[in-house]
Design a protein. Sequence first.
Length: 220
Amino acid sequence: MKQKNFVVIPAYNEEKHISGIIKETKKYVDCVVVVDDGSKDRTASLARRSKAVVLTHLVNLGKGAALKTGCDYAVKSNAGFIIAIDADAQHDPKEIPRFLKGLKNHDIVLGSRRPNRKMPFVLKFGNWFINKTISFLYGVKIRDSQCGYRAFTAKAYKKLRWNASDYSMESEMIAKMGKHKLPYAEIPIATIYSDRYKGTTVLDGIKIVFNLLVWKLNHL
């Protein structure tokens, strides 16, 4: 049976963007999976109307938990490649072919946002500090450890599968990538911010650095 390319989109209260994201994403892959992470709005119904596979969490469990639910489904559904994108229009689906091309020679392809004036300072500094921490602890040198736009083979996912339910999952994935010495590549992507900033806060950043230290001490 031929393996398929999947996009997994964790979504929480994203009725404004979800239909457009699905419509564009479906041009490039075999299957789009939306994980409705306890949304209070029409995210799930609009995703179904847009012909995506919709998996539902009854309560909000966090991005890490939602993405893991979608990736587990993809692997069970004969996925070959899995692409993770956000539901808030920060990731342009037109970049998907570049991620798929990168997976021909690597187990993981990470998006790297080009810095611009719209990127909040707290994000720039926090990302830089976390990048340095990852390089020091795990020997993985990357430019944008917190970008959620990334792709990996289904085989690699079994080694990358994270425990974190929140935004720490992106760092945990990279830590496991370093532990297993999986071949990876970074590709530059546009930096897009919608009408509201969502993502890691200062407290999230502190927690991520703490977790990176704990994972290292516990050998992940």
